[in-house]
Structures are given as C-alpha cells and as structure tokens.
Write a protein that binds this ligand. Sequence first.
Ligand code: FES
Ligand SMILES: [Fe+2]
Length: 741
Amino acid sequence: MRGDLPVPSFPLGGEAPVRRIGFGAMRLALGRSARGPEAGVAVLRRAVELGVNHIDTAGFYGAGDAGAHELIRRALAPYPEELVIATKVGPLFGAGLAPAGEARAGQLRGLVEDDLRRLGVDRLDLVHLRVGGLGPPGDEPVGDRFAALAELREEGLIRHLGVSHVSAAQLTEARSIAPVAAVQNAFHVHDQGDRAVLAACEEAGIAYVPYFPLGGGHPSIDLSRPAEVAARHGATPAQVALAWLLAVSPVTLPIPGTGSLAHLAENMAAAGLRLTPPTSPPSPPSRRRSGGRVPTSEMARHVRGRDGGRGRGRPRPRGDRGGLSQAAGVIRVAGDRAPPRGGTVTPDPRADFDHISAGYDPDPALSMSLHADAYTDPRWHEIDQRAIFARSWQWLCHVERLREPGAYVTGTVAGLPIVAVRDEAGALRAFYNVCKHRAHELLTGEGVRRSIVCPYHAWTFDLTGRLRRARHTAAMPGFDPSKVCLDQVRVTEFGGMAYVNLDPAAAPLREQAGGLEAEIIERAPDVAKLTLARRLTYDIAADWKTVVDNFLECYHCHVAHKDFVSLVDMSTYEVTTYGIYSSHMARAGQAGNSAYDVSGATVTEHAVWWLWPNTCLLRYPGRGNFMVLQIVPDGPGRTRETWDFYLETAEPTEAELDSVRYIDEVLQREDIALVESVQRGMRTPAFTQGKIVYDPGGRGLSEHAVHHFHGLVLDAYRRELAGDQRGTMPASSSSTRKPPD
Ligand code: FES
Ligand SMILES: [Fe+2]
C-alpha cells in the first residue's frame, strides 16, 4: 500500500477532469469532527495540496464564520482554476438549522445567489438539486425545480447541474430538461441499493458521487468488516471502503470528509490501493473514450491500478506482445522479419539500423516505407522514447493555462513526469516533477500555487525550483537547503502553446521551426486568445508511428472519409514538408457538406500542421478555432491521443458542437479503425514494408509527408544507435521539399 499515488480523474460534464477522490466539507462545519475554523481552513488547504480538485459543500452546512462555504472561501480564494466547488440546494432550514421543508422552484434563485455571494464567485461550478428529505428518494416530479436551475445555468450563474437523493425515474426526468453532470446518492460497500441509478450514470457518462462513502448515513458502514481485507493490504478499513467505491464503477467520485489531517492523507492514499489483483484480467476494448461506459461487472472484478487503467497498470489484451518477456518468446517465420528480442541489447546497432531502414530512399519517388519491425518490435518502442520523445519539443498545453504567476501544468514526456510553472517574476520554467528528497512526484494536474510542497515529507520549493524549507534539517551538519534545486527542463512558448524538451542540448524550437510559428500566426492570429472548450481522448491499439503516418496523408481521404471530402475542397489540398514540420492546406467549409454545420463560419480553410514528432495543429472551418491532436506512445503497439478544442468561448456554439461530434463520432472512428487494422497487418509475416506513393501532380493525394516523417525517424534512430549525444536535429535523411507542382 502506498499513499503517494496520483488519483485518477473523471471528465465532469465531459470537460476538465476532476480527481476521483474529492472532499466533502460538511464535517468541517457540522457534527463531532468539526474542530473549529482554523482547523477547517488547514484541512481544506491541505486537501488541495494533496490534489483534491472537487469539494462538496452546501449553504446549510453551518453558518457564520464557521459555515462550510465561509471556510472554503477563507482557505482557498482566489480559487485554483481547476477546482470544482459543488453545492446543493433544495432543503430549507429555519432557526438553528431546523429543517423547514423544500424550496419551491421560485425560491431556488435566492439560494443560488446566496451560494454565489458566500463563496465569492460569479458562477457556481456544479449545483445539485437535492430532492426529498432524509428518507429514501420519493417519486415526486423534479421538473419545475430542475427547470428553474436550468434557467440559471442558461444565464451563466451555474456551469454544471446535478441532482441529489434521486430515483432512476427522477434522474431520467431531469435529463429530459437539461444535461446532468453529476448525481449524489447514498452508496457504499454495505449499501448498494442504488445500483440502477449508478448503471444509468455509467451509461450516460454522468459522475456518481456516493455521499457518506464511509458511513455516517443510513445504513451506516461497518468498518470492522473490511478489516480483514485491510490487514492483508496493509491498509485501513476506510481505505478499503474507498478503494472499493473507486473500483465498483469508473464514474464514482467519492467525497470523504474529515476534520483530521491524518485521515485526509489516508483517504487520498486509498487511490493507490489495489484490492484484488486480477487472476485473469479482462481484455480492455481497443479504444476507450474517457467517460465511456465500462461495465460495472468488469470493474467489480478488477480493481484498476493507480493510473486509472491506463499506462503501466493496464491489463493488456491477450496476444498483445506488450511485455519484453512475452516478446522474447515470439518467433516469426517469414520474410526478413527478425524475431523480436527483449530488452535494449543492441549488439550490432549498425545492423539494426540497416534492417529498419532498408528500402528507404531520400527520394520519395523511389522509397519504401519504414520496416514493419519499427512499428511492432518493443525494442523500437524503447528507442522511440529515448531517441525521439526525450529529444524533441513536446506540446504541453495552451498558454492560457500558464498565464498567471504560480500557474502550473504537469505532464509526462518520454514516460517521465515534468511540470511547467509561471514563476512570480513572470518567467516560464519547467522541471522534472520529482522531489530532490526521495523522488516523490511534486504536483499533480494543473492549478495555481505560491510554492511547491512535496506531498511526501513537505519539502517546500519556490517557483524558481529552489528548496526553501526542509523540515527538521536545521541541525544537520553539512546540509545546506539553499544548494538544493529542482532539475530544470527546457520550456518555450511557441504559436500560442507551451512546449517542453528534455534534451538540454536541443536547438530552440523557434530555430528549428520558426516558419511554422509564422504560418500559425498568419492563419490563426487569434490562437493565444482562444480557450479550451473540449478535450477528447482515445486509447488506440496501434503504434504511434502508424497513427502519424495516417495523419500525414490524404491519399486515403476519398476512400475512407466521405464526409471529410465534402467539407474540404480536395482539388486545392496541398501538402508541403519543411525541416521538422509539414503543412496540409485546402479551401474548405463548403455549405451543404455532410460533415458538420458551417453556418456562421468565419474560417473557411483547412489549415493543418504536423510538428515533429507527434503534435498536430489544426484550424478547421467554423468560428475562430484551433485544435491540438497529440499522439503519444502508451507502451509497445499502443497510443494515447488527446484532441483539444480551443474556441472563442468555453461553451461551444451549436455549430461547434456539431463539429466536435463529427470529429469524435465520424472522423476519429474512421481513422482509428484504419490504423488499428494497419497495426494488425504489420504484425503478420505478410508485410514488411510498402511503397511510398509519390505523385508530384497529385498534391493532396501523395504520401510525401509520410516519407518526410520516416526520414526524420531514421535520423533520430541513426543518432541514437551511434551514441550521438549532441541532441541536434540533422537533416540528412529528411526531405525538405517544396510543394509538388
Ligand atoms: S520525497 Fe519530497 S519531501 Fe520527501
Ligand atoms: Fe484519415
């Protein structure tokens, strides 16, 4: 059992992720565990330091300076951008907080305005309509009251709506009125009567917030019963109860409350508890959208690891040659395909390189594609991480996330944790997100901090990375905290985005790709002003290079994307390769297309760029918009994609929602099916490499940008296998071509 693990996230309302263990503030203000305002403020601040970004409160949780709202405001305002404060309205209370029935529809505005005022915000992140009294959910309609809250949402006073203490029928009714982002009902390991509502939430990707996750309601939890399981795992019974809630469904967001700092840390650590190692792990679907439905039964059988089921802890499909020991046992029988080998042993790097590059020619007209082993042999996956991802500029986020002093964003580059921070003087910095004491990761997610406090032993670094405080070290001879500093990583702002690079010797991005920035600013001058409106994520059963290959050519578009070719004027499609990027331009936005609604479009072109090695930047027809598709290796033969939509407003218009739907439900499905099929084909003895189709007159229908990419890959491999540590980007294989004419 480890208590130092990142908590998995859930996309609340399909938007910004909230961590799956939140914090319920009721106990800070009411009941035996309320220990006074000072203690409450300390617990709230510590909760946020530990990564909590979902805090539940209500106007009726206490009053005066000791009310939950007041404690939250005092502890946390100005609020971190990523923090979601959830409130609930419905019950009325009289003097001394005596219950006084339920608010009618007309009274809800006053309650919401009261929450806004007391929390000191212009808009509430999440407001639940709390239905009924203290008994089981009744069946009275929620219609008028929920519609009243929906109106306040339309006015912009509320971002997301939820319902609390509801039956399945009431949830259905509410959803017919307005989107429901969350349900709060009683549910815990010994009170599982609400399975129908939980299943409905899973089906619809709605957050299910089980209140009283550790008891405290009726029926209460018997913490002696998980004790035996807890003892086996070296955990506490409360941690077992929380881990069970996380495991029972991918949509549960428990909000344990406590007035104790020790219990708070214990609760957060439950995210790292693995209850029952699966003896026969279920095969995950090859592609899973965040928020997509995972059957409850699957989750109940299998408690996912600390990364929420992705990355290192994810069970692999049978037959996927995911691990090195497995790979070592696979024997190929046909063609020149060498049996894959385990580990990173390269007894003859030159032979390895020759094997992978045989058939490649600097002239695209004469060239074959990269050898299939580069896409399927786990050794090349490892080399990709070292030779390509640890040495290239990696997209991190839009500059909006790093604007104010103290703003930070964490990420992973080549499998290593990093964090970018705007320091107090306004300089953008990046570090390995690793404590210099004993290597704990320092920050999670994103937010705003005045200092960086390690969650393990609370070593405190300032925003320039210098160690400012290390508890109980003052009397230690020879230890000088001022000499300790976080390890820096290169970071830069470029074309409205922040990029990082682990290679200290890498040439500046602007030096490597200055023409790209100029093109972006010309085509999308508003890029830095746009704001994140949606993020889609995909897990794909294909090597990242297969995914990039597909992105870089439209030779397949007429065949595979019938709607896309009605949106884009393919006769104008031009693909041009430059040093480390390529551009893909066309007139687009034809009315009457079958892809999506372009009414009101001010952008009437398809302006797309690919930046070595894995960043795709896109501006599609519509209002002002910019999209970033990042293609990240996620183990051998696996890729994780994120597709971010930056728009003029955080709320997309109907036409923009239509374009998001098209990309998610049509274009991405089409492309993912293609690349997964290609990856399966690559694994067979029937394929080693194919002919690059180069048609100088074909403009958009030529594969010269794929060839350009393969040249850059081979450059990186050559440098790595030769042990070249200089980290610059040679261009010997890469073809820097003018547009075909
Ligand atoms: S590992 Fe960071 S303070 Fe100990
Ligand atoms: Fe495609």
